[in-house]
Write a protein of this length. Sequence first.
Length: 72
Amino acid sequence: QLSKSLDNQELKEIATITHDFESRDNDDLALWKQRRHDDEIHERVLTVATNDYERYDPAPALVKPRFKLIPN
């Protein structure tokens, strides 16, 4: 019986306010999901072991020497 006590203008205002709250809730939900996603990625980045990337340790070169190092 709400429609009988309110005119069309008041109903439009209530509908607009309700729509504003719903859209704000959707924006908050999208923002929350984005932040959660970013936090998950940040956690994964932090758990990657980076200590093996700090120093340069090249593999030994497998090149045949020009002469014999130890005489027989």
